[in-house]
Design a protein around this ligand. Structure first.
Ligand code: GLA
Length: 385
């Protein structure tokens, strides 16, 4: 049974009526990591792994949710939207809370959701849940918010109900994705440009380390603070600096002695990553995948050595990629401390690459790693029959 059929069937079994169906995808990011909350650039795309939502208003005054993948239910009265001990429910409640804060009344509904975005793999399953929820509520109750406003609601849900002060990339990509294109997003102005990604000869392959370190969210918030500390220091010299986006390498190098080593490394990584992204977009325009791949490796080195958000397992997978013919580029993807690597691989080399990984990498519990070949597809949508 396809995902959408399964989800509809379960909804009908539980609630006895025909639901509306929506989907929001997970994302990849080709380059530009930890740049979004520094008002820099990112290059994500939405992929063919999605969370589906079956949803219909009810007249009970209670929101009723069922998470298929966990086989768990959760419900709460419409007038009692607050952070919950049920972890997964917070991604949904956090979104409803944003509409309510903006003065909207969200009527009660039933919702069954589930999908194939792997959890904790750095593919933004949480953003897909938030964006799908925001998209569905907006459409179902004809609230007329723009896609961008819904993206911001989804991001705020993560801040306020999941406790991660994430940037805007994941939610933006899940909402605005376009088949066969990557999105170059300016995280300051929120202007964006689609770049065609001609994958005739290449494939994007994700390898999931199977590791998810619990320090991910606390370290994430810490990195944010370290970048802000760097900005505060440089502001003394150039008061109009607002974020690392405004800082060139010359400026930070000139004041190196005033930084502690960690803050200097964090800030210079972000500045360099924005430069790499610009070069990567130029390489894409020239169809130069070899150069693009080199920049991906460069990004990983920076994330590992300067930003220090990688981990042993991610480094191991990137090293294996580097030593396999036909892998043009590889890097850790997303927040870090586990999750996936993203690999740009020549089509003909994919089987050998995957075989090599399976033979030489085992997850911490001794299993074979999950390997995911992704295709770039549309962002959040109403699913038609
Ligand atoms: C997570 C966050 C994003 C972004 C990445 C790192 O995925 O949700 O906003 O900061 O980490 O690039």
């Amino acid at each position: 049974m396809t995902m959408k059929k399964e989800i509809k069937t379960i909804f009908k079994e539980k609630f006895g009526i025909e639901p509306n169906l929506y989907a929001a995808p997970g994302r990849v990011n080709l380059i530009g990591e930890h740049t979004d909350y520094n008002e820099g650039f990112v290059l994500p795309a939405s992929v063919n792994k999605s969370i589906h939502f079956a949803i219909k208003p009810n007249s009970s005054g209670v929101f009723r949710f069922y998470a298929i993948d966990l086989n768990e239910s959760f419900e709460t009265p419409v007038d009692k939207i607050e952070p919950s001990k049920t972890h997964w429910a917070n991604y949904l409640l956090g979104v409803i809370a944003q509409f309510v804060k903006d003065g909207k009344k969200v009527p009660a509904f039933d919702c069954v959701f589930g999908g194939d975005v792997p959890l904790g793999a750095g593919m933004s399953s949480s953003a897909a849940i938030e964006v799908g929820m925001a998209y569905a509520i907006n459409d179902l109750f004809k609230l007329n918010y723009s896609k961008l406003q819904l993206v911001k609601f989804a991001q705020m849900a993560e801040h306020e109900y999941a406790g991660v002060k994430c940037g805007i990339m994941d939610q933006f990509a899940s909402m605005h994705g376009k088949a066969n294109h990557v999105i170059k997003l300016d995280c300051r102005s929120l202007e964006y440009q689609y770049f065609p990604l001609d994958m005739t000869d290449y494939m994007l392959v994700l390898v999931n380390t199977g590791v998810k370190h619990s320090l991910a969210s606390s370290e994430y918030n810490k990195r944010r603070q370290e970048c802000e500390n760097g900005v505060a220091l440089l502001k003394k010299y150039q008061p109009n600096i607002h974020s690392l986006r405004d800082v060139g390498l010359e400026l930070i190098q000139a004041h190196k002695s005033e930084f502690n080593e960690i803050t200097y490394n964090r800030c210079s990584y972000v500045i360099e990553e924005n430069i790499r992204l610009e070069n990567a977009c130029n390489a894409l325009e020239q169809g130069n995948f070899v150069e693009f791949g080199k920049l991906m490796y460069g990004s990983h080195e920076g994330l590992k050595n300067k930003y220090e958000v990688s981990c042993h397992e991610l480094d191991q997978l990137v090293d294996m990629a580097r030593n396999t013919d036909g892998v043009l580029g590889a890097r850790m993807m997303g927040g870090g401390f586990g999750g996936c690597t993203i690999n740009l691989v020549k089509k003909g080399s994919v089987p050998a690459f995957e075989k090599n990984i399976r033979a030489n990498y085992k997850t911490p519990d001794g299993k074979e790693p999950q390997i995911i070949e992704v295709v770039i597809e549309e962002g959040a949508r109403l699913v038609n029959e």
